[in-house]
Design a protein around this ligand. Structure first.
Ligand code: PGA
Length: 256
């Protein structure tokens, strides 16, 4: 069975000192548990203080929110996979819809980022999702499939063993209007089918597919009630330690 995974995407929030305080508050509220994986994605500038606040061999892991595909060089303002590894990041979010819509990221570059992450031992969390107009035009599945194809084409089953997919409908992000469990499950099933067709059934059944978009303490249980949903990528609600602790708790006690 796939282990639930809860990721807190802090986006452009929290200074380095605020990060340490938030992690202290969170750790007071959440017991360590082998039943779910928990990952925090602070901004680059807070990764080091987050690592120090978590302490050595913490059961909570770190992710970065982005990376550049080159290892080093004249790329002003960019950060490479090896720099993130050096700060003990285990994961990296790639292709978040805010990167795609606000910063013009395309599948072609997202694919390079996925490959760079894998090459340096970082587990990519690949975000996909449709806009409201695309959903209303009945194009959800084709949009998501094209994003997956554009970002994952050519990867081996071994590569995919450390990839996580986050289905994040753009209309649900930061709007308070989460997808229903049924809407999410439909897309998650089509993603798994795509993985099975493109690779094999073992890869398709092993890959974790998270839901993201207005996840809250109120809707997490309903989302996790479906075994098609392996966890959540949480934005707004992860900045409040009580809310995020409740969301983590729901994953930790799933099917307990
Ligand atoms: P949200 O963000 O939970 O605030 O909707 C989710 C995300 O963008 O990953």
């Amino acid at each position: 069975m796939r282990r639930p995974l809860i990721i807190g995407n802090w986006k452009m929030n929290k200074t380095a000192s605020e990060a340490a305080a938030l992690i202290r508050d969170l750790r007071e509220r959440v017991p360590a548990s082998p039943n779910a994986d928990v990952v925090l994605a602070p901004p680059f500038t807070a990764l080091e203080s987050a690592r120090n606040a978590l302490g050595p061999s913490s059961w909570i892991s770190l992710a970065a929110q982005n990376l550049h595909w080159e290892t080093h060089g004249a790329f002003t303002g960019e950060v490479s996979a090896s720099m993130l590894r050096d700060l003990d990041c285990r994961y990296v979010i790639v292709g978040h819809s805010e990167r795609r819509t606000l910063f013009g990221e395309r599948d072609e570059n997202i694919q390079k980022k996925v490959r760079a992450a894998l090459m340096h031992g970082l587990s990519p969390i690949l975000c996909v999702g449709e806009s409201l107009a695309e959903r209303e035009a009945g194009r959800t599945e084709s949009v998501v499939t094209a994003q997956l194809n554009g970002s994952l084409a050519g990867l081996t089953t071994q590569d995919l063993a450390t990839v996580t997919i986050a289905y994040e409908p753009i209309w649900a992000i930061g709007t308070g209007r989460a997808a229903t469990t049924e809407q999410a499950v439909t897309v998650h099933r089509s993603i798994r089918l795509f993985m099975e067709t493109g690779w094999d059934s073992q890869t398709a059944s092993a890959i974790r597919i998270l839901y993201g978009g207005s996840v809250t303490p109120q809707n997490i249980e309903s989302l996790l009630a479906s075994d098609a949903i392996d966890g959540a990528l949480v934005g707004g609600a992860c900045l409040d330690p009580d809310s995020f602790a409740t969301i983590i708790g729901a994953a930790q006690t799933r099917r307990a």
